[in-house]
Design a protein around this ligand. Structure first.
Ligand code: CA
Length: 656
């Protein structure tokens, strides 16, 4: 595709856009991009320095029909085009016809649009105050004293309520997320009641902004997508609303969902995907300012996302866009935090500015992301917000793939085993996650298989997990990698995995349904698979009730003592001492540690072997609060002495 502007003094478009000259001439700092509504008039503003001419088209509907009015916009400072229409335009749809320097004209949706019609083909002017549910002014984000108090539950909106195994009525919808009193076929709680019963602090919603791969005009046709193909960043996804044709409905219902979560003490984290656009040259960014929002190399899109393109966060107006968009979600929708998809594509400076802006709105905002890219990027490694640069990030955490793969074996090598399922030599990797990826004298990095540095300043920067929407579920991984094991042993491996994640320092991250053994039938990448693969089967909560109760008990134990939720690396080093192989026990595949402050002491023991192991612990009178079948805060039994046997493939936690 030809470049649509003529940066005559530059050979390549990226040199033009990366130049100081462009930045100085065209960085706009106003907070009024988009449509600015009042009853009397709406002012439209769009940043498009490379445009020759822009027409504003107004439509009665979000889909179909011709524009009923067309206005030419006026070019003002810093490449911003503006037009004020002195009418009440609430509910009016609009697009821009952008003519570039080479006379090519493209129809684009306002990238700042806050509402759209079905399938996000037209923006909509909206009186946001009319979308607030009753009592919205009293809605408050959840309290999060420190990141390590967070227990995140990653869920796809459709998966959560679409199954016939839950009595939820708003199947697959925003409002289905917050229906109370719903149950499975045996009467056990599902949905939001289940989340409260389990004890999570935040839901982490897979993409819930407008993406294009589900056809909102044909929702009766079975469709599914995770939604990592962004279309309109400032608009909720239409297919999750009860009526995608009216742009106000999804806004209202999204707010209602947030409000109900908050009323139930649960925060809402959005999974955000600013690292690429769903379309390449058909993206509204590109149609508005060709090639500006994306990184290119010799005029070609580069592809660090493995989805066809990557955005250029380091450019001033992309950075501004991300900050404006995120602060909008936070202020307008009262969002509690954000998970950044492929955060390693973004530059460190942008992420830090985002963090500062969001923490200014709420000091308790939680921010974390995937500290990697999906492929090579022209952005220099030292500038990327990748995991090994987490120490340069301010109040931003990264996913700990070291402990993820250490616990169960590598995600891409399906039959590779890890600590819990019979692998050898994974102890150090698991210990690395147990301390929350901070420096600790008793961890020998040279023995780690994947970790190359202590990449977190504090455990508040480390998100521990063993399963997420990507790759095999833990259970499916155990089925493949521990094929020889009995079902009973695999359940033990599952419990041991969750105990490690839930009792480790850092932030706890759980994938929806894994608390009662989620399976996707062995599918590794179910991004477009049907409900039969993706829907949460709530009846498994009955089948694996003991697993659910165990996980719930582990979370209550975590909550019961600050020792499991330490905030700083210093606190971890002072409180956490590993017991040692050859001293406290003989043989491999065992991890043990003591957690201690002035008032409490815990001994945490993990035995991944198929045989029991005798472990020497500090002499004392203890209560056993976690054993191979039960977990919680109450004493299961008493123990006095210093030599204790840990059964095969199990966890033992003693409290003094
Ligand atoms: Ca959509």
């Amino acid at each position: 595709m030809s470049t649509k502007i003529d940066p005559s003094q530059f050979v390549y478009i990226e040199e033009f856009y990366n130049s100081e000259e462009f930045k100085e001439k065209y960085t706009y700092t106003g907070d009024d991009l988009g449509s600015n509504y009042s009853k009397e008039a709406t002012t439209f503003k769009v940043w498009a320095p490379t445009a020759k001419k822009i027409l504003l088209q107004l439509f009665e509907k979000g889909v179909g029909g011709e524009p009923y009015e067309v206005y030419e916009m006026e070019k003002g400072e810093k490449g911003v085009y503006a037009k004020t229409v002195s009418k009440d335009l609430n509910g009016v749809y609009y697009t821009y016809l952008v003519t570039s320097l080479d006379d090519d004209t493209e129809e684009a949706v306002d990238v700042y649009a806050r509402a759209t019609g079905a399938n996000g083909k037209r923006g909509m002017v909206v009186d946001l105050s009319s979308t607030n549910p009753e009592g919205w002014e009293n809605d408050k984000r959840v309290h999060l004293a420190k990141n390590t108090d967070a227990v995140l539950y990653e869920v796809h909106i459709r998966d959560f309520s679409i199954s016939e195994t839950t009595s939820a009525k708003n199947k697959g919808k925003l409002l289905g997320m917050v229906e109370t009193g719903t149950v499975n076929s045996e009467g056990l709680a599902t949905g939001i009641d289940h989340l409260k019963e389990l004890g999570v602090t935040h839901v982490h919603l897979l993409p819930s902004f407008d993406y294009f791969s589900v056809d909102e005009e044909n929702l009766d046709t079975p469709q599914f997508n995770w939604g990592y193909d962004p279309l309109n960043y400032n608009v909720p996804e239409g297919s999750y609303s009860s009526n995608p044709f009216d742009g106000a409905v999804r806004i209202k219902e999204y707010k209602e969902m947030v409000q109900k979560f908050h009323e139930n003490g649960i925060g809402v984290v959005m999974d955000v995907v600013y690292n690429h656009t769903g379309y390449n040259d058909e993206s509204y960014f590109h149609k508005t300012v060709p090639y500006y929002y994306h990184r290119t190399f010799e005029n070609q899109f580069t592809d660090a996302s493995a989805c066809g393109n990557e955005t250029a966060s380091e450019r001033s107006m992309v950075r501004k866009y991300m900050i404006d968009s995120l602060t909008y979600w936070m202020k307008e929708y009262h969002i509690d935090g954000f998970r950044f998809d492929l955060m390693g594509i973004h530059d460190i400076e942008t992420m830090n500015q985002i963090s500062d802006a969001l923490h200014e709105i709420s000091p308790e905002c939680i921010i974390y992301g995937e500290g990697w890219t999906g492929g090579p990027s022209p952005l220099a490694e030292e500038l990327r917000a990748v995991k090994n640069n987490t120490t340069k990030l301010r109040r931003i955490a990264a996913f700990d793939d070291n402990i993820r793969d250490g616990i169960k074996g590598h995600v891409f090598n399906l039959d590779e085993k890890g600590f819990v399922n019979g692998g050898e030599g994974y102890e150090e990797e698991v210990k690395f996650g147990i301390v929350g990826a901070v420096s600790h004298d008793q961890i020998d990095l040279s023995k780690c298989k994947t970790a190359t540095k202590f990449w977190a300043n504090n455990p508040t920067q480390c998100v521990n997990y063993v399963e997420a929407h990507d790759n095999l579920t833990l259970w499916d991984k155990l089925l493949i990698s521990a094929e020889e094991a009995s079902e009973e042993d695999r359940i033990k491996m599952d419990l041991l995995s969750n105990a490690i994640v839930i009792l480790s320092q850092g932030i706890v991250f759980l994938h929806a349904g894994m608390d009662f053994i989620r399976t996707k039938g062995g599918e590794e990448n179910s991004f477009a698979s049907p409900d039969s693969v993706n829907a949460i089967d709530w009846d498994r909560k009955s089948t694996y009730k003991n697993v659910f109760d165990y996980n719930k008990g582990l979370l209550s134990l975590r909550k019961s003592s600050p020792l499991f939720r330490l905030e700083t690396a210093e606190e971890v080093r002072a409180a956490l001492t590993f017991l040692e192989e050859g001293v406290n026990w003989q043989g491999k595949n065992v991890i043990g540690y003591v957690l201690k402050n002035e008032t409490e002491q815990f001994v945490v023991l993990y035995n991944a072997n198929k045989t029991a192991v005798e472990i020497t612990i500090p002499e004392g009178d203890y209560e056993v609060v976690v054993n191979e079948t039960q977990a919680g805060v109450e004493a299961i039994e008493q123990f006095t002495g210093s030599k204790i046997e840990v059964p095969p493939i199990s966890t033992l936690v003693l409290k003094k």
